[in-house]
Each structure stands twice: as structure tokens, then as C-alpha cells.
Design a protein around this ligand. Structure first.
Ligand SMILES: CC(=O)SCCNC(=O)CCNC(=O)[C@H](O)C(C)(C)COP(=O)(O)OP(=O)(O)OC[C@H]1O[C@@H](n2cnc3c(N)ncnc32)[C@H](O)[C@@H]1OP(=O)(O)O
Ligand SMILES: CC(=O)C(=O)O
Ligand SMILES: [Mg+2]
Length: 360
């Protein structure tokens, strides 16, 4: 653990000063693509304006014999593409692999000025973040970067979950954490073979109605990921960084994907991964507050004046705490509207309708 006195000191002579506050532009979907896959690479210019984050994935999902091609492909794509306001992230290989060191050296020295965030898989504890923190500072100093690269950890080992608070606070570079349900399931020896989502066997059952233990008992499927997501959200928020749900592997099941994303949204996550173009709009829909919610939030804020006291609105008590809840929704809506003309219109229309209803 760094001393609080030198927490914000650069870790190499000539490296840029660490950021004091993590930037929070929209990152509702982190869209994964394999830079060694020509079909996916060809889609990047069209996808860029449609997503908040594009992530060139070098780790799992890229075959071992195409690791170098993926790395070189990402360098090429980063140089040749105008990403506009869309962020460019990468996921490097894990630190025990033969590729991670070259991933970091090549990407920072070749396209460090284009990258926003480096996602690190299989983070076990603060020691992994300390390693990448120092190495990034050395590389930034070598190439003269003026803006520090940020680091995002994947929570996908039992050790990582046990150490999630220290990971979240390990460096001022820490931008956020994503849940990695596939590796985490394997690490914990969970007996699900799915990538995220529920499982029909993980349930609670209503009490028996008579002597027959089988008759008429409703079951309720439970969320396997609730504990981990909630723990991750608390660790992130306590350290001023951003929590994300990770991948949902059943691409065809757009309904369950939306449910899983929405659970994460309601628990405090700011976004999720999209593995396939079909998941981009699901994430956009879920992680953008509904216009009716925004209209309600604005009504509460207006009704609460200076934000203190208690008032009744449509039969519901509002006070200092509920106005804070509503500010979360309204501020998110304002930030998204600034980027997304469709949402700006939807939120403006809902505001006008609310005004009209109040005037009547
Ligand atoms: C547990 C983890 O670590 S998750 C993270 C690692 N995994 C990944 O990143 C997986 C990323 N996604 C993929 O590899 C693919 O989407 C797959 C394998 C799941 C499905 O791919 P396909 O079988 O090709 O899907 P499908 O046929 O529906 O694709 C339709 C088109 O979209 C393209 N496409 C698919 N996924 C993506 C993507 N993520 N980005 C851009 N284009 C994509 C396909 O190349 C195809 O292009 P075409 O119309 O020119 O032929
Ligand atoms: C996200 C990821 O890497 C995993 O689920 O293993
Ligand atoms: Mg993984």
C-alpha cells in the first residue's frame, strides 16, 4: 500500500501526474472485438459511433497462434481509425502468460496516446496493480505521454474477490472493475458452465402445501452473481472508481441478457460488455435511465427545493435521501443527453410532459 502522502506522485521520472478524479464519460457498453479477426476489424469504423467504448481484446477469445496478429492489428486499427468521442480500451493477456509484457510495451509505446484504459485480467490482489502501475509509468515516461493510462481490473478469481477492496484502491490509475463470471466460476469451482446469467438449479422453493412435498410448490430462480456484483459495487464506489457487469455468453437469449444487465444497473453498475453487435442496443437501453424515471427524478428534485425536509409527491414521501437518489438518475440522464441526441429528445419530451401535467 502506498503512503497517502505519495499516492499521487508519478512512479517514474518524466511520467505524467496521476489523475485525481476518474473521468466518467458514458461507458454503457464496452464492445469487445478481436483485432486479429478481419471481419470484426472491418466493422470497427461503423461500430465506433454506436458504442461508448471499443475494446481490442488480446486475451481469452483470441487463439494462442493469433496473439501477435491481434496485438499488431490493434496498433493498426488505433492508428487508422477516427474514434470520435468513443473511448478505445484494450484487454491485455494475463501477467503469467508469455504475451503480457510485449502487449504492454508495444501498445503503450505505439498507441499509448490513443488508448484510454488498459483492462487487466485475472487480478488476484493489489500486487498485480502495483506491477502494472510502475511499468506503465516507465513506459509513459519513455514515450513522453502527457496523459496517464488508466487501469481496469477483471474480478474473476476467488482471490480477487477476497481482495477486491485493496484492488480498487491500489493506484490512482484504477478506473473500474468488471465482473468476470466465466473464470470466476471456474476459480471457485462453481458447477455452472454458462458465461454469466442465472441457472435453473439455483433456486428457492415455496413451502409445501400438504403432505406431498412435490405438489404445487412454486420455485424462484436466484441470481448467482448478486453477492459478487454487490460487493464489487461497494468496493468501487468506496474508492471513487466505476463498477461494470462483464459478459453474457448466451448471445441468442437477448431477454435474459437484458435482465442480467438490468440487475447490474439497478445495483449500481455503469455498464456491461457487449460481445456481439446484438448486445450493443441491449446495453444502451438498460444503462440509460427510462424517460419516465428521469421525469420523476426531476419532479422530486424540483419539489424538494433546497434538498432538505420532507414532502409528499403522488402519495410517496420524499426527503433529503430520496432527492439524492433522484440526482443520480437526473445527472446520468444529463450526461447521456449531452452525447446522445435521441436520448436528449426523449428526456426533453418527458420533461415537457411532466411540466404540462403539473400545470393542469
Ligand atoms: C469470458 C470472456 O472472456 S468474454 C470476452 C472474450 N470473448 C469475446 O470477446 C467474444 C467476442 N465475440 C465473438 O467472438 C463472436 O461474436 C462470437 C464467436 C460469439 C459469435 O460470432 P459469429 O458466430 O460470427 O456471430 P454471427 O454470425 O452472429 O456474426 C454476425 C456478424 O457480426 C460479426 N461480429 C460478431 N461479433 C462481433 C463483435 N464482437 N464485434 C464486431 N463484429 C462482430 C461477425 O464477424 C459477423 O460478420 P459478417 O456479417 O461480416 O459475417
Ligand atoms: C469476463 C471474463 O473474462 C470471464 O468471465 O472470465
Ligand atoms: Mg476471463
Amino acid at each position: 500500500m502506498r503512503s497517502p502522502k505519495d499516492f499521487f506522485a508519478p512512479l517514474a521520472v518524466g511520467a505524467p501526474d496521476p489523475v485525481r478524479e476518474i473521468p466518467n464519460p458514458p461507458s454503457r457498453m464496452i464492445h469487445f472485438f478481436d483485432p486479429s479477426n478481419p471481419k470484426m476489424a472491418a466493422k470497427v469504423p461503423d461500430l465506433a459511433p454506436k458504442v461508448d467504448v471499443l475494446l481490442g481484446n488480446l486475451e481469452d477469445g483470441v487463439t494462442a497462434d493469433r496473439k501477435e496478429e491481434a496485438r499488431a492489428g490493434l496498433v493498426r486499427i488505433a492508428r487508422d481509425t477516427d474514434f470520435g468521442r468513443t473511448q478505445l480500451w484494450t484487454r491485455v493477456n494475463s501477467f503469467d502468460s508469455p504475451w503480457a509484457l510485449d502487449d504492454l510495451i508495444t501498445l503503450v509505446t505505439e498507441i499509448g496516446d490513443k488508448l484510454d484504459v488498459i483492462m487487466v485480467p485475472k487480478v488476484e490482489g493489489a500486487r498485480d496493480i502495483h506491477y502494472v502501475d510502475r511499468l506503465l509509468a516507465q513506459l509513459e515516461a519513455r514515450v513522453g505521454l502527457r496523459r496517464p493510462l488508466l487501469v481496469h481490473a477483471i474480478l474473476e478469481t476467488a482471490g480477487g474477490v477476497a481482495n477486491v477492496e485493496e484492488i480498487a484502491g491500489a493506484s490512482p490509475r484504477m478506473q473500474g472493475i468488471s465482473l468476470g463470471p466465466a473464470d470466476l466460476a471456474a476459480s471457485r469451482r462453481m458447477k455452472t458452465t454458462r458465461v454469466g446469467g442465472g441457472h435453473p438449479g439455483y433456486l428457492v422453493r415455496a413451502d409445501p402445501v400438504g403432505d406431498d412435498p412435490h405438489a404445487g410448490r412454486t420455485t424462484y430462480q436466484q441470481d448467482l452473481w448478486h453477492y459478487t456484483v454487490a460487493r464489487m459495487v461497494d468496493a468501487c464506489v468506496a474508492h471513487g472508481i466505476l463498477p461494470y457487469y462483464g459478459p453474457f455468453g448466451d448471445i441468442r437469449d437477448v431477454v435474459a441478457c437484458e435482465d442480467q444487465f438490468r440487475n447490474a444497473y439497478l445495483l449500481g453498475c455503469v455498464g456491461a460488455w457487449s460481445l456481439h453487435p446484438a448486445q450493443i442496443d441491449i446495453a444502451r437501453k438498460v444503462f440509460s435511465p427510462a424517460p419516465t424515471e428521469v421525469a420523476w427524478a426531476r419532479r422530486v428534485i424540483a419539489a424538494m427545493g433546497d434538498g432538505t425536509g420532507a414532502v409528499m409527491l403522488d402519495g410517496k414521501m420524499q426527503d433529503d435521501a430520496t432527492v439524492k437518489q433522484c440526482r443520480v438518475v437526473a445527472e446520468l440522464a444529463d450526461a447521456l443527453a449531452e452525447r446522445d441526441p435521441e436520448l436528449a429528445e426523449a428526456y426533453a419530451v418527458s420533461a415537457a410532459a411532466t411540466e404540462e401535467a403539473r400545470a393542469e
